[in-house]
Design a protein around this ligand. Structure first.
Ligand code: GLA
Length: 338
């Protein structure tokens, strides 16, 4: 679709919650996130050669030219995500307008991914969901300096209403899996802001790469080959990834069978593995998961996303919890006709 200066633009991009499969995406593994009904909207007008976005949540606007060398140094800091997209997309036109989000910022629900996808669409990106996710993943990496995987951006791009998304990060295949009608998904903040997770995230990724250099792709690895890794830290990291991939498969089977009790037990096992083997949980996240697992009507709970603070996701009977955000699986990022 051709665009011209003065055209109106309206786009929306959802955040995501990951039901199971954390710290697997950058190892070519499996995950089951879903796009949620909390998202970022941009309403604006096409401009010749600037991007000028105001956010209702930020004091300073993101105001930048279309040619930028290093998005990571832009101020205010939220402009880095906007700049990252401009840097990767190199759009022929700019945009001015307003950003609004219902995604809690910096909580592990991919507020930054939803902003990146909204900016890319507002700047006229056209293409398949995977191409949008690849572009915005690169934008996140140049903006934040964190070597993140593609799960968050792909969930926001490929969302399907009423469905979670089974992702295989070796084949990049995405298979929608219906969310059972009696499954309620609640996201609860631990009260702990996510600490600067960048360094620890990079270390986890490097440990997985070391493991794969020893035993081959972790998606194909067996428990025996993991047990043979000599370094105890590398062995624990690999054990998390290999067992987490199997938990994704088992969770999907339970979801398809409508067996929410089993799905919930698998979530609790995932949290324990993220806590003990991958070491990305925290005291507040553990305490919240323990409390939720002891609450009637809660099938399961686990930290969601990178960890180091932020949110927990719980699978519950309808009405079991009165706290947090009850989220529903939503469509992916898209332009809205104006
Ligand atoms: C962050 C990253 C994702 C993924 C998760 C952990 O959200 O952006 O790519 O690695 O952590 O599953």
């Amino acid at each position: 679709m051709s665009r011209a200066v003065g055209d109106l633009v309206r786009v929306v991009a959802p955040g995501r919650v990951n039901l199971i499969g954390d710290h697997t995406d950058y190892t070519g593994g499996l995950a089951l996130p879903m796009a949620i009904d909390l998202g970022t909207t941009i309403e604006g007008v096409v401009q010749a050669d600037r991007v000028m976005l105001r956010s209702v949540d930020q004091a300073e606007p993101a105001d930048l030219a279309l040619s930028i060398d290093d998005p990571a140094v832009l101020e205010p800091s939220w402009a880095r995500y906007v700049g990252g997209v401009v840097h990767e997309l190199r759009p022929p036109f700019g945009v001015s307008g307003t950003v609004r989000t219902t995604v809690p910022i910096g909580s592990g629900l991919s507020s930054s991914a939803s902003l990146e996808l909204a900016v890319a669409l507002a700047l006229g990106f056209e293409g398949a969901p995977l191409a949008l996710a690849e572009l915005t993943q690169r934008a996140e990496q140049v903006a934040s300096g964190v070597p993140c995987g593609i799960m968050d951006q792909l969930a926001s791009a490929a969302g399907v209403e009423g469905h979670a998304l089974l992702m295989n990060f070796t084949t990049m295949h995405v298979e929608p899996v219906p969310v059972p009608a009696d499954a309620t998904i609640v996201v609860i903040h631990s009260g702990q802001e996510r600490a600067l997770a960048g360094t620890a995230y990079g270390e986890r990724r490097a440990a997985c790469e070391t493991a794969a250099a020893h035993i081959g792709p972790l998606l194909d690895a067996t428990a025996e080959s993991v047990a043979a890794i000599e370094d105890p830290m590398i062995r624990r990291r690999a054990r998390h990834v290999v067992t987490e991939n199997q938990r994704v498969r088992d969770f999907v089977a339970a979801f398809r069978a409508g067996d929410l009790a089993t799905a919930g037990r698998i979530m609790a096992a995932s949290h324990a593995s993220l806590r003990d083997d991958f070491e990305v949980s925290t005291g507040p996240l553990d305490a919240l998961v323990t409390r939720l697992l002891g609450t009637p009507g809660v099938h399961g709970a686990r930290l969601t996303g990178a960890g180091f603070g932020g949110c927990v996701v719980a699978l519950t009977e309808p009405g079991a919890l009165t706290e947090g955000w009850t989220v529903h699986a939503s469509a992916g990022a898209h332009a809205v006709p104006v």
